[in-house]
Design a protein around this ligand. Structure first.
Ligand SMILES: *[C@@H]1O[C@H](CO)[C@@H](O)[C@H](O)[C@H]1NC(C)=O
Ligand SMILES: *[C@@H]1O[C@H](CO)[C@@H](O)[C@H](O)[C@H]1NC(C)=O
Length: 565
C-alpha cells in the first residue's frame, strides 16, 4: 500500500472514532468534568444545574467564556428542535471530537512536510490507538481543549523549525495563548522552550519585533476572554490569573490543591502506562533524541518534571502533552525502523508484531473503560423513558444520589423538571449546590451562593432528606449504615424501593488490578482460567454490581406489599 492509501484508511478510522465511537461510548473519568463544566453548560442552555464553589463570584476560578463556544453550538438545537436534552451532551462531545479531528488532520499534513509521510501516518495510528486520547479528547475540560489546541501549536512549531518563518512562530504562540487563557493557564509553559529557540536564532531587533506581535496576540486573546468572564461575573474576573493565584501563589496546607489529595511521584508513569500502549512509551523516549526538534522535547520534559514535583496529581494534568508523546513515539519508531540493519523480512515481521501489540493493548484498555465504568451514563438517561415527563410549571422531581454522587454524568441526562439532589452519605467534603433558578441568568451567575468554601469543608445544606426523593441512583450493595441514609439492599428486601432499570458497573473493591484496567474477551479469559485458575483469578478476577435507578414502591396501607424474592 502506498502512504497515501494508508493515510486515507487511517483518516476514515480516525473520523469514526472521534465523531461517533468516542462521543457515544466514552466515559466521564472525573466528576470535576460533570460539576464544573457540564452543569454550568446545562445552566446556560436549560436554566438549572449544580454549582461548585469555583463558580462562586467570591472565587471565580472557572471561565464562562470557555463554555460559550459549546453553548453557541447547542443553543440552536434546543431552540428549534424537540430532541431530548441528552443529545446536547453527545453533540457537544462530537464538536470536541471534530475539533480534534481537524487539528490532527492539519498536524498530519505538517509532519508529512517537515518529517516524512511515514512518520505522519505512524503518528495518526498512535493517536487512534491511544486509550488516554480516546477519552480525553471528548471530555469537556479545559485541559482537554488545551490538549487539542496545542496540536495546532505543534503544527506551527514544526513549520517554524523547518522553515524559519517568524509568522509560524507567532501562530504557534497564538494557539498556545488561546489554549492557556481560554483553557488552562499552565499550558503557557509549553511555549517557553520555543521562545528560547527563537531568541537564540534571531538578531535582537527581529526578536523585539516578534515579541511585539506576540504580545499583541496575547492581549487580544486576554481582552476577549477576560472581558467575557467579567461581563458574566459582573466584576473584573481574570479567571486564569485567579487559578494561578489559588493553585500556586497563595496555596497553603489548608487551602490550595493539596487538600484534594496527594499522590507519590510514580502516579504519572503508572498512569501513562495505562493510557498509552507500552511500546509507544518506549518509542517516545527514543524520539526525544531527534535533536532538531529540541524545543518540543524540552516542553515535553519540563511539563512532565513540573507535574511530578506537584504533590496533587490528576490524570488530566498530563493531557496537554499527549500529542507530543505520540509525536516523539512516531519519530522514535520510524528511526528504529530506519536504523536497524536487519533483513527486510525480519523488519517487516517485527513491525507487524509491534503494531499488533499496540493495537491490542489500546483496544483492551478502551473496552475495559467502557464496559467497567459507563453504567451511570445509561442509567441516568433512562429517566427519559419512564414516568410522566416533568414540565417546568409542575413540581420538580428529585433524583437523588448518596455515596455515588461523583458518578453523576450531567443534568443533560435528566428530563426537564427533574433535578439531581444529594442525600447523606459517607462523603464529608464540600458537595456542589444548586444554581439559583427562575431568575435572569446573569443574576444567577453573579449571586454569591451560600455555604461555599475553598477548604473542601462539608456543608449540610447541600443535602436533602430521603423522603424528598422520587428516584435514587445507587449500586446494589450494602451501604454503611453509620453514614449512608440509603441502603439499596435493605430497601429492596423491605419492598420500600424497587429498581426500575439497572446496568453493570465494576465492583472495584472485589476486582483485581488487571481486570479493572484491561478487557479480555470472555472466551480467552475462561480458557486461561482453566489453565492457571488460581493465579489468573488473583490478578485478573473482575466482578460487576448492578447500578440501578430506584423508585419508591407504591404501597397501599391496607394490603401488605408482597416482597419479590
Ligand atoms: C532565520 O531567520 C533569521 C532572520 O529572520 C536569520 O537571522 C537566521 O539566521 C535564520 N536562521 C536560520 C537557521 O536560517
Ligand atoms: C491567601 O491564603 C491565606 C491563607 O491560606 C488566606 O488567609 C488569604 O485569605 C488568601 N488570600 C486571598 C486573597 O484569598
Amino acid at each position: 500500500m502506498t502512504c497515501r492509501k494508508v493515510s486515507i484508511a487511517l483518516f476514515c478510522l480516525l473520523a469514526v472514532s472521534r465523531l461517533y465511537l468516542q462521543p457515544r461510548y466514552s466515559l466521564i473519568s472525573d466528576c470535576d468534568e460533570t460539576f464544573n463544566y457540564w452543569e454550568p453548560l446545562n445552566l446556560l442552555v436549560r436554566g438549572f444545574g449544580k454549582q461548585t464553589w469555583e463558580y462562586s463570584p467570591e472565587y471565580s476560578i472557572r471561565s464562562w467564556a470557555f463554555l460559550l463556544p459549546f453553548y453557541s453550538i447547542i443553543y440552536p438545537l434546543n431552540k428549534f428542535t424537540e430532541l431530548e436534552s441528552v443529545y446536547n451532551f453527545y453533540i457537544t462531545r462530537m464538536a470536541l471530537g471534530l475539533l480534534s479531528f481537524i487539528a490532527e488532520f492539519q498536524l498530519h499534513t505538517q509532519i508529512k512536510k517537515s518529517l516524512s509521510h511515514r512518520v505522519a501516518n505512524i503518528w495518526i495510528l498512535f493517536q487512534i490507538f491511544n486509550p488516554g486520547y480516546f477519552h480525553a479528547s471528548v471530555e469537556l475540560l479545559p485541559s482537554s481543549v488545551a490538549m487539542i489546541l496545542y496540536l495546532f501549536s505543534i503544527k506551527y512549531t514544526l513549520r517554524y523549525l523547518s522553515t524559519n518563518q517568524s509568522a509560524s512562530f507567532t501562530k504557534s504562540l497564538t494557539f498556545n495563548f488561546i489554549a492557556g487563557i481560554l483553557g488552562w493557564p499552565f499550558v503557557l509553559v509549553l511555549s517557553v522552550p520555543l521562545c528560547i529557540h527563537y531568541v537564540f536564532n534571531h538578531p535582537i531587533i527581529g526578536s523585539i519585533r516578534t515579541a511585539f506581535d506576540c504580545t499583541l496576540m496575547l492581549l487580544i486573546v486576554s481582552v476577549i476572554v477576560i472581558g467575557t468572564d467579567s461581563a458574566f461575573y459582573g466584576k473584573f474576573a481574570p479567571v486564569s490569573w485567579n487559578i494561578l493565584f489559588y493553585n500556586v501563589l497563595n496555596a497553603s496546607e489548608e487551602a490550595g490543591p493539596n487538600i484534594f489529595g496527594v499522590e507519590p511521584w510514580y502516579y504519572y508513569p503508572l498512569n501513562l502506562a495505562l493510557n498509552f500502549p507500552l511500546p509507544v512509551l518506549f518509542f517516545s523516549v527514543i524520539g526525544i533524541f531527534h535533536i532538531r526538534l529540541w524545543p518540543l522535547w524540552l516542553s515535553y520534559i519540563t511539563w512532565f518534571t513540573v507535574f511530578i514535583l506537584q504533590p496533587h496529581k490528576e490524570e488530566r494534568f498530563l493531557y496537554p502533552i499527549y500529542g507530543l508523546i505520540s509525536l516523539s513515539a512516531a519519530i522514535g519508531f520510524s528511526k528504529l525502523l530506519t536504523f536497524s540493519k536487519l533483513f527486510k523480512v525480519l523488519k517487516k515481521i517485527l513491525k507487524l508484531i509491534t503494531m499488533t501489540v499496540i493495537i491490542l493493548q489500546a483496544v483492551s484498555r478502551i473496552v475495559a473503560l467502557i464496559t467497567n465504568y459507563t453504567a451511570p451514563l445509561d442509567t441516568f438517561s433512562e429517566l427519559y423513558g419512564i414516568g410522566p415527563q416533568g414540565e417546568k410549571n409542575i413540581e420538580v422531581i428529585n433524583v437523588c444520589t448518596g455515596r455515588e454522587w461523583y458518578h453523576f454524568p450531567s443534568s443533560f441526562h435528566l428530563p426537564d423538571g427533574y433535578r439531581l439532589q444529594f442525600i447523606k452519605s459517607g462523603f464529608d467534603g464540600l458537595l456542589p449546590g444548586n444554581f439559583k433558578e427562575s431568575v435572569p441568568l446573569l443574576e444567577t451567575v453573579r449571586t454569591i451562593p451560600e455555604g461555599m468554601n475553598n477548604l473542601n469543608l462539608f456543608d449540610p445544606n447541600k443535602i436533602i432528606e430521603l423522603d424528598e426523593c422520587t428516584y435514587i441512583v445507587d449500586m446494589v450493595q450494602h451501604a454503611n449504615s453509620d453514614v449512608d441514609v440509603f441502603d439499596p439492599v435493605k430497601e429492596m428486601e423491605s419492598g420500600a424501593w424497587k429498581p426500575l432499570f439497572c446496568n453493570h458497573i465494576i465492583d472495584v473493591d472485589h476486582s483485581k488490578i488487571l481486570g479493572r484496567a484491561f478487557y479480555v474477551p470472555e472466551k480467552i479469559a475462561s480458557f486461561i482460567e482453566r489453565k492457571i485458575g488460581k493465579f489468573w483469578n488473583s490478578v485478573y478476577g473482575v466482578q460487576f454490581v448492578d447500578y440501578c435507578l430506584f423508585e419508591r414502591a407504591e404501597v397501599s396501607p391496607e394490603e401488605p406489599s408482597s416482597i419479590p424474592l
